[in-house]
Design a protein around this ligand. Structure first.
Ligand SMILES: Cc1ncc(COP(=O)(O)O)c(C=O)c1O
Length: 282
C-alpha cells in the first residue's frame, strides 16, 4: 500500500491533539487535489473554495503563500509524481464544548499519497453508477461546503464493494438526485446539460465549475435544477466529475446502458485538459 507523507502546520508529523475540533466536531474543511508530475491541479480553485468555506464557517483562512510553500516542500520531500494531496483545515484546538474559542488558530494538515493514474483516475468508460439508499440531509448553511462532516458519504460508500462501480448516487429527502458520494452529476438531453442545484446540500465541486465553463465554450447549455431519478434514465448520457477523475461519461446506471457516443468527446477532453493538468508550478 502507498504510504502518505504528512505535514501538520508545516512540519512533518502524523498526530494531532485530541482537542482538535476537526476530530471533536468535524469543525473544518478539506480539499482533495490531483497531483500530476509533482504539481497540483486546479490549485487556485481549491484555495478559493477553501477560503470562501472558511468565511462561511467564520474561521480565519490559512495564509495562501505559506500554504503553497508548505505544499511545495511536502511534494518535494515525497519526490511526488502522480497522486493525491489532501488538505485539511480545522478550527484548531479548543476547550471542551461546541462554542468556538474566542481566539482561533486553524490547524492545517497536508498529506500526499502517491497513486497511479488509474487508481487516482478511475475513468472506466463502462463504469456503472448505482443509487444509494442513504439519503443526504439538507442544510443551506452547509450546502456547497466541503466540510469535514462526511458520515452520510461514509454510510453510502459502505453500500457497495464492487470495484467496477464508479460512484453511488445520493438523493435529498424529497427524492431529488443531488450528487455521487464523491462526485457531481450532469445529465445530458436534447436541451443540453442539467445538474442539480446545490442550495440545500451537496459539495460545490471544483470540476463541476470547470465542466460548466467547458460546456459554455463548446456552446452546450447547462441548467441547474432538480433531477428526479426518472430524468436520469431518460437522459442520453450522464457525466460525473471530481478533482481526481476530471469528467467521466457513465456507462450504466444500474442495468440501464448509455450509448458511449452520447457525451461529446470534446467536452470530456476539455475538462480533463483543464482539471488534470497543473496550470503552473507552486
Ligand atoms: C460529495 C462530493 N461531491 C462532489 C465532489 C466533487 O468535488 P471536486 O470536483 O472539487 O473534487 C466531491 C469530491 O470529493 C465530493 O466528495
Amino acid at each position: 500500500m502507498s504510504r502518505a507523507l504528512t505535514f501538520i502546520d508545516g512540519h512533518p508529523g502524523d498526530q494531532v491533539p485530541v482537542s482538535d475540533r476537526g476530530l471533536q466536531y468535524g469543525d473544518g474543511l478539506f480539499e482533495t487535489i490531483a497531483i500530476r508530475r509533482g504539481q497540483p491541479c486546479l490549485w487556485q480553485r481549491h484555495l478559493a473554495r477553501l477560503t470562501s468555506g472558511c468565511a462561511r464557517l467564520q474561521m480565519p483562512p490559512p495564509e495562501r503563500s505559506a500554504l503553497a510553500a508548505d505544499a511545495g516542500r511536502l511534494l518535494a520531500a515525497a519526490a511526488a509524481n502522480d497522486g493525491v494531496l489532501k488538505l485539511t483545515v480545522t478550527r484548531g484546538s479548543g476547550p471542551r464544548g461546541y462554542a468556538p474559542p474566542p481566539s482561533v488558530k486553524p490547524r492545517c494538515i497536508l498529506s500526499f499519497t502517491p497513486e497511479g493514474r488509474d487508481s487516482a483516475g478511475g475513468t472506466r468508460a463502462d463504469g456503472r453508477l448505482i443509487f444509494c439508499a442513504t439519503p443526504l440531509s439538507e442544510n443551506p448553511r452547509l450546502a456547497g461546503l466541503k466540510h469535514l462532516n462526511r458520515l452520510e458519504q461514509v454510510l453510502a460508500r459502505a453500500e457497495w464493494s464492487d470495484p467496477t462501480i464508479l460512484d453511488g448516487l445520493m438523493c435529498n429527502p424529497r427524492g431529488q438526485v443531488i450528487c455521487g458520494t464523491m462526485s457531481n452529476l450532469f445529465a445530458l438531453d436534447h436541451s443540453g446539460l442539467t445538474t442539480p442545484a446545490l442550495t440545500t446540500c451537496g459539495v460545490s465541486g471544483t470540476v463541476r465549475a470547470v465542466l460548466m465553463e467547458c460546456a459554455a465554450a463548446l456552446g452546450i447549455a447547462v441548467t441547474e435544477r432538480p433531477l428526479r431519478p426518472a430524468a436520469l434514465y431518460a437522459a442520453s448520457g450522464l457525466i460525473i466529475t471530481n478533482a481526481l477523475r476530471g469528467a467521466v461519461a457513465v456507462g450504466y446506471l444500474g442495468e440501464h446502458r448509455y450509448s458511449p457516443e452520447a457525451v461529446p468527446a470534446a467536452l470530456i477532453a476539455c475538462v480533463r485538459r483543464r482539471a488534470l493538468e497543473p496550470e503552473m508550478p507552486l
